[in-house]
Design a protein around this ligand. Structure first.
Ligand code: PSV
Ligand code: MN
Ligand code: MN
Length: 395
């Protein structure tokens, strides 16, 4: 398969759109993580939010692809968020979305924003006011809410009442937001509860967002669906409603595995990005925030993140190479295999050389993983970061 030529209509290289494409990386990917069986530690793991941001900045320095870092509150709580923001800027990145945390407090055993106890609901709402203040200090525009609420047993609580309480809590949070801030609402089919979740699917998230207002958008975490769910269909539908706010990208084989995006099923990632490109949602003006939500339990973390952003870029490049004119013609003729062939030609294109050329043209390393390995950064971090407590997912 030869590399498709630049689009004839404009003479522009379709891959030029990649120059403005950025992926937001999660601060927690640089801390230690594991399963409930074991968390492995590694020399050089960051001990505070500053060191996490320094590590994230390496991903951007090597790839030019990761200009923002998502933070999680309270995991990344510091005394002075203006200072953290200034430090990020010095490192060449910015602080991105602010994630609230409703899953690590004893009070939330029976729920947070949907809890039947008004005191606990108020506490959960107040936590979001704190996150909004962090956003004001950091210049972040996206408040990201993953609601871990749900029930374990039939009859445990009224499912209807839980929805009503949730809607009321979300409305209070939304009312406290500034006009340029967005509320991003994440759904998940199961876990930590195993009978019902109060936000189990995109439809429920969308209904709540529609009730809130136009600055409320859905987050699609690729690991949060039942097996064989057609995620690209959901992407298309949320875009069609102008309600796709963000992705939490990762790969899954079984449950919410949080593995490197594009590792388990690169074809699925390509299919998702094809729907994104088809609606122009890869452009910064679309407002879709392409974030990672991953953990690196056994592999090196910074290289794991470099691999991740490169996987998203490669899938996006292939999606941009879909010959839209040929696709439209095949579809108009009812040429099923022709249309499928156009898409597969793009998927089967080897874009590695093209992307290395583009990196080189921007003054970036042709091979980011190799450049990072040769930089000596990991050895220096291991030597410098002695004492203190290593950061980890959940702390
Ligand atoms: C929940 O599984 C989730 O996907 C949410 O986005 C959390 O904030 C995140 O994981 C933490 O890794
Ligand atoms: Mn997530
Ligand atoms: Mn998750």
């Amino acid at each position: 398969m030869t590399t498709p030529a630049p689009t004839p209509a404009t003479g522009r290289d379709p891959l030029d759109a990649l120059d403005d494409f950025g992926i937001e990386v999660p601060s927690w990917a640089y801390g230690n993580s594991g399963t409930r069986f074991k968390v492995f530690t590694t020399p050089g793991t960051p001990r505070d939010p500053y060191e996490k941001i320094a590590d994230a900045a390496q991903v951007h320095a090597m790839t030019g692809l990761a200009p923002r870092v998502s933070i999680h509150i309270p995991w990344d709580k510091v005394d002075d968020f203006a200072a953290l923001t200034a430090f990020a800027k010095e490192q060449g990145v910015a602080i991105g979305s602010v994630n609230s945390n409703l899953f690590q407090d004893d009070d939330y055993r029976l729920g947070s924003l949907a809890n039947s106890d008004p005191r606990i609901r108020d506490k959960a709402i107040a936590h979001h006011s704190e996150c909004l203040d962090v956003m004001r200090a950091t210049g972040s525009k996206d408040l990201k809410i993953w609601l871990p609420d749900g029930t374990n047993y039939p009859g445990q609580d009224s499912l209807r009442d839980r929805q009503d309480r949730l809607a009321d809590s979300l409305a209070q949070i939304y009312a406290a937001m500034d006009d340029d801030q967005r509320l991003l609402l994440e759904y998940k089919i199961f876990e930590p509860y195993f009978y019902t979740m109060d936000l189990p699917d995109w439809g429920t998230s969308l209904l709540h967002c529609m009730a809130l207002g136009e600055r409320a958008k859905v987050i699609l975490d690729t690991g949060h669906h039942a097996p064989s769910t057609n995620i690209e269909f959901i992407v298309m539908q949320l875009l069609r409603q102008n309600r796709l706010g963000a992705f939490d990208f990762n790969s899954r084989n079984y449950a919410d595995d949080d593995l490197i995006v594009g590792s388990a099923d690169p074809f699925q990632l390509f299919r998702i990005m094809t729907e994104i490109v088809a609606q122009g949602a890869h452009l910064p003006t679309s407002g879709v925030n392409f974030m990672l939500d991953q953990c690196h339990n056994i592999e090196e973390k910074i290289p794991g993140q470099i691999r991740s952003v490169m996987n998203v870029q490669a899938a996006t490049a292939k999606a941009l190479l879909v010959d839209q004119d040929a696709l439209a013609a095949a579809r108009a003729q009812g040429d099923v295999l022709g249309a499928h062939g156009v898409v597969m030609d793009a998927y089967e294109t080897d874009v590695r050389g093209l992307l290395a050329d583009r990196r080189e043209a921007r003054g970036l390393p042709r091979d980011p993983l190799r450049a990072f390995a040769e930089s000596g950064y990991a050895a220096k971090a291991a030597a410098d970061r002695v004492g203190g407590t290593q950061a980890s997912w959940g702390a």
